[in-house]
Design a protein around this ligand. Structure first.
Ligand code: SF4
Length: 384
């Protein structure tokens, strides 16, 4: 399906500015590729979106249903916590039924990693700050190598090794990179190369500096995230800035947005971050004006209704919902389907042409109908 051609942005004076897509993001940093089941991470693969279940992993039914909801939301890879052997015992069944590649999140006890590998997971997250001495990492690496499992060396500023903290004085970018590299070296010595790395902190400056430092020296794929970013509103902004800064520099191969919220929200935010940078698009882009005293239709309610009705749509369509003749016709004409509001009515556009004038109360349904026509035979059933 055709989507809106990028429009050259204009300065307030009307002069054309260079297209944002020419300068942002920078060329993607070249990394190696690792695969978790069918999902490739790194190299030229699209930046993937991950999340983590929030259920008790021992509760198979609830965990699987959360994984399924994540898949519907567009999650590419799912991670589950494995705090004990009972949780590890459910991994085999989860792996059997999970529609997404499964990663076991391991801390403290390397035997949990071995059990997870045995259960058939696609990946492990190990924390170098708490997994213990070298022989334990070696045991994990040997088992993971035999099973084709990917290991993420997941450094967190809050749980760095004591000797690194003592030497560096605090969790600096250098200390975080050193933590990752120490563990990467052990894996390399065992000829294990299915490696991803993450360097996360709550502090944006620390996270950004650590990832920049690492990516200047190594080409292992990077998993980006901002640790414990907070509840939805603050966490979304924090994550968007932190991940956005790095992704705009071409750094980052897979992302996880951490929110104190339903994990489906994490996936939505993750996609929106990638979408805003032009790195990936899933579902419609809604171009909507903020509304103001000129609007004679209720833009916030209309946008909410349109969003709800297009929820199942996966096509990368551009939809415009605009309040008045100031910018309305221009945006609506440039979109795949658009509305330009007038006096208690709206002009409906499809692919640049005016379709008809529609009463305000029927605008959302009319827009959805037009979207369905564009996708006839393809996606119309996806619309609710
Ligand atoms: Fe206001 Fe019209 Fe601009 Fe919407 S498009 S913000 S209603 S001036």
């Amino acid at each position: 399906m055709r989507s809106r051609k990028p429009q050259p942005p204009h300065s307030p004076s009307g002069a054309s500015l260079p297209s944002l897509s020419l300068t942002l993001p920078s060329a993607r940093r070249k990394t190696r590729t690792v695969s978790l089941g069918p999902v490739a991470v790194g190299g030229d693969s699209p930046v993937s979106v991950q999340s983590m279940t929030k259920t008790d992993t021992r509760d198979f039914d609830r965990t699987l249903s959360e994984i399924r909801a994540l898949q519907v939301a567009g999650c590419d890879i799912v991670r589950v916590a494995v705090p004990d052997m009972a949780a590890a015992a459910t991994l085999r069944q989860l792996k059997l039924h999970s529609p997404l590649p499964l990663v076991a999140d391991i801390h403290f006890d390397h035997r949990l990693a071995l059990a997870a590998i045995e259960a058939g997971v696609d990946g492990l997250r190990l924390n170098p700050g708490n997994i213990g001495p070298r022989w334990k990492v070696e045991e994990i690496a040997k088992a993971a190598r035999d099973r084709g499992v990917v290991i993420r060396v997941g450094v967190n500023a809050g749980s760095l090794e004591k000797d690194l903290l003592a030497r560096h004085g605090s969790p600096t970018p250098e200390a975080m990179v050193e933590s990752a590299i120490r563990q990467v070296r052990i894996l390399e010595e065992l000829h294990f190369d299915r490696i991803k790395v993450s360097l996360k902190a709550f502090s944006l400056s620390l996270t950004v500096a650590a990832n920049r430092l690492f990516s200047r020296q190594y080409d292992y794929p990077l998993h980006l995230g901002i640790t414990a970013a907070g509840p939805t509103f603050a966490g979304t902004i924090r994550s968007a800035i932190g991940l956005g800064l790095l992704l705009a520099e071409g750094i980052g191969d897979t992302i996880r947005v951490s929110l104190t919220a339903d994990p489906v929200e994490e996936v939505r935010v993750g996609h929106e971050v990638l979408h805003s940078l032009g790195l990936r698009q899933r579902g419609p882009t809604i171009v909507s004006c903020p509304s103001c005293g000129r609007a004679e239709i209720d833009i916030p309610s209309l946008v909410k209704e349109v969003q709800e009705k297009l929820q199942g749509l996966q096509e990368p369509l551009h939809i415009a919902v605009m309040g008045c003749p100031v910018n309305g016709p221009g945006e609506a004409r440039a979109a795949d389907v658009g509305i330009a509001g007038g006096k208690a009515v709206g002009l409906l556009f499809s692919r640049g042409q005016i379709v008809r004038k529609v009463a305000a109360s029927e605008l959302a349904d009319a827009l959805v109908e037009e979207v369905s026509k564009l996708g006839k035979g393809e996606r119309s059933d996806a619309l609710v």
